[in-house]
Design a protein around this ligand. Structure first.
Ligand code: SAM
Length: 343
């Protein structure tokens, strides 16, 4: 047998992931009658029309349709009406289903009412993100390589940020999770000191334990605190929001950014690393946005709303930031890095 390469194995696992996610979209479409409603409509339906037809929560239907468009299950016209792609009706067995509807026509109406997706799609009531030590550990592991992203994909293009860290700054990491990035930054930049805050108490407990074990208490301090409740004032030279801006709930985001602005000293910089999210439907098939689209699909029930570049810029300007510098990072530009100034 020919030697298997690591790239082939990565591709294999990525294909499994993609298949799982696309199947989830299809199953949800079946479960709540969305695919059926689309199969019945010759002209196609907008997400608002679907919401009225099915009496379901429109913001979720919009995310579902955009994700199904991303996976090329649906197409769309210029009026924003979604239609099944050619042959999908037959391949998914919808033609059989529409001709002989099941005994209980709206079968999904009787589905598990305590299921978070069921509740969200019918009422718009979001579920709190599930916080447990295991969930925090998993998030921490997933983001373990953030220091590599900074050292090899960001700082070589932003020399002045690296220089500041080398010379010695006080940096605030907002949404520090289990503190991995803080610990790695403290290792790389010995003249700097760090404060991390996060709303997840389990993440902060783990960060605190690791900081103590590594003897870094004199340079890193962490607190269980919401970004929107911070009261720091003109204390930090730099701040960071790493994979966190999209997770701060939309109603809290303007306040959280205003508090981040207040926490910085004059000429301080806020660094933001996050998934780019498309502002136009045609970009929902651009691979650069894949992470953002999939994250949005699964995080919608927690009330998380990803924002596009223009919405990010508007929020940052409203919070008082200036000089927005943006670049695409990592292979395929699947993350965006922004650096903004408090002047
Ligand atoms: C995807 S994780 C990223 C964690 C960390 N920055 C990293 O890269 O490993 C997003 C983090 O944002 C935190 N978060 C979400 N909303 C928050 C808020 N309003 N205030 C503070 N932290 C928040 C979550 O608890 C979570 O730890």
């Amino acid at each position: 047998m020919a030697d298997v390469t690591i790239l082939e194995q990565i591709e294999k696992i990525r294909a499994f992931e993609k298949g799982y996610r696309a199947s989830h979209v299809i199953n949800t479409g079946f479960r709540f009658g969305i695919l059926n409603a689309l199969a019945e409509s010759v002209e196609g339906l907008t997400s608002s029309e679907l919401a009225v037809k099915l009496m379901l929560h429109e913001p979720y239907l919009k995310v579902w349709c955009q994700t199904a468009y991303h996976f090329e299950i649906l197409d769309s016209d210029h009026q924003g009406r979604f239609r099944l792609q050619p042959f999908m009706e037959e391949v998914l067995g919808l033609d059989v289903y529409t001709q002989s509807p099941p005994a209980k026509e709206n079968e999904w109406e009787n589905a598990t009412p305590n299921d978070p997706l069921d509740r969200y799609i019918k009422t718009g009531r979001v579920s709190q993100s599930f916080k447990s030590p295991e969930a925090s550990f998993a998030t921490g592991r997933a983001a373990k390589s953030m220091i590599t992203v900074f050292l090899s994909m960001i700082f070589p293009y932003c020399e002045e940020l690296k220089k500041k860290l080398e010379d010695g700054v006080k940096l605030l990491d907002i949404g520090c999770g289990s503190g991995n990035l803080l610990i790695d930054l403290a290792g790389a930049f010995k003249n700097s000191c760090f404060v991390g805050i996060d709303s997840d108490e389990h993440g902060i407990e783990k960060a605190d334990r690791d900081i103590t074990t590594l003897g870094l208490n004199d340079r890193i301090h962490v607190e269980n605190l919401n970004a929107e409740d911070m009261s720091f004032s003109e204390e930090f030279d730099m701040a960071a929001l790493v994979l966190t801006l999209h997770e701060i709930l939309p109603e809290d985001r303007p306040v959280a950014l205003a508090k981040a602005h207040r926490a910085l000293k004059k000429d301080g910089r806020l660094m933001i690393l996050d998934y780019p999210y498309p502002g136009r439907l045609e970009d929902f098939r651009n691979p650069r946005y894949e992470y953002g689209i999939v994250e949005q699909y699964f995080e919608a029930i927690n009330g998380i709303v990803h924002i596009d570049q223009q919405q990010q810029d508007e929020l940052l300007c409203e919070a008082g930031f200036k000089d927005i510098r943006r670049m695409a990072v990592s292979e395929g530009g699947m993350l965006d890095f922004l650096s903004v100034l408090k002047s």
